[in-house]
Design a protein around this ligand. Structure first.
Ligand SMILES: Nc1ncnc2c1ncn2[C@@H]1O[C@H](COP(=O)(O)OP(=O)(O)O)[C@@H](O)[C@H]1O
Ligand SMILES: [Mg+2]
Length: 296
């Protein structure tokens, strides 16, 4: 069974997408079979990895993306899978075994236009289809928008772990607090749909600080986050092993540039090779994530 992990925070712009794309790529380089599921209607991860031309075709056709399993419901997740998504501009396969379930702008319709079937809420349909393909992977990572509405619920219901990208500021702390509360509500509401063999409902297992500028001391915001985490751990609202990751991701221009190049940071020329660079940060976080496995 793969590890199924959501990257989530109630705050936008904290680096969820950048982290997930780069960590997924590092896990792939480390030899794991990885599936990235894009559940954010903004489609940033899909556009980044597929590049605009290829993604545009899906967006214009209105087929071949996550919303296709809901409306017109003529495709399944297995049909929309894009295999070996990371390629060079000439089509060379750069990270074999790294696949994506892409999304397009129409996923926004899941929140209002899509008529909910009380017997099969969207997250249940999604979960059932994911189950058909999940055993092909070691890691399934879900990129979610900054809320727990229907699109995110697909990822939360299907996963067993949540990691929270955060910036060292008060708003990230508020986002984390809100997230933990909303998660509990969702787990209560969806409890009757859980099936044998799914494992435990996903709770927070880690916080990863992102965009840390050189020479900026983050001890105080880190301590505040740690106190909140301790409090939630005592209340059993997060995993007993929940921790702030030792590695933090530095702020670096190349993270923005990588999007334009349509590549993860670990494949961007010189930076990928440097000992002390943001590429190393992502590798270390991926290794920490890999090791944070058996700890309950
Ligand atoms: N470590 C980083 N260094 C520099 N820029 C970053 C870093 N992480 C994210 N960014 C930039 O911050 C913006 C928001 O990041 P993104 O990953 O899209 O956040 P989210 O998915 O949480 O909305 C993007 O422009 C991204 O390129
Ligand atoms: Mg995002």
């Amino acid at each position: 069974m793969p590890r199924k992990i959501c990257f989530l925070n109630y705050k936008g712009g904290v680096g969820k997408t950048s982290m997930i794309v780069n960590i997924a790529s590092c896990l792939s380089q480390m030899g794991h079979k990885v599936l990235l599921v894009d559940l954010d209607t903004q489609s940033n991860a899909s556009i980044w990895l597929m590049r605009l031309d290829r993604w545009n075709k899906l967006n214009i056709n209105g087929e071949g993306s996550v919303y296709s399993i809901f409306e017109p419901a003529e495709q399944t997740l297995s049909d929309i899978l894009v295999k070996d998504v990371v390629t060079s501009k000439t089509g060379e396969n750069l990270l074999p075994g790294f696949d994506i379930l892409p999304t397009t702008f129409n996923l926004v319709d899941i929140e209002n236009e899509y008529k909910n079937d009380p017997a099969e809420p969207p997250y249940l349909r999604f979960f059932r289809q994911l189950r058909e393909i999940e055993n092909n992977y070691d890691y399934i990572l879900f990129d979610c928008p900054p809320n727990i509405l229907r699109a995110s619920q697909c990822g939360v219901f299907s996963s067993n772990e949540i990691y929270i990208p955060a910036n060292p500021d008060a708003l990230s702390l508020i986002g984390f607090t809100l997230l933990v509360e909303k998660l509990l509500l969702f787990h209560q509401r969806s409890a009757s749909f859980r099936e044998p063999g799914m494992g435990k409902p996903a709770v927070c297992r880690g916080i990863i600080f992102n965009s840390i500028k050189a020479n900026v001391d983050i001890e105080v915001p880190k301590m505040r986050m740690q106190l909140r985490l301790n409090q939630f751990r005592n209340q059993k609202r997060v995993a007993p092993s929940a921790k702030i990751f030792e590695t933090q991701i530095r702020d670096a221009m190349v993270v923005r540039r990588a999007v334009t190049l349509g590549l993860p940071v670990c494949l961007v020329g010189q930076v990928a090779k440097e000992e002390d660079s943001v590429a190393t940060d992502y590798r270390k976080v991926a290794t920490e994530l890999e090791r944070h496995q058996d700890i309950v």
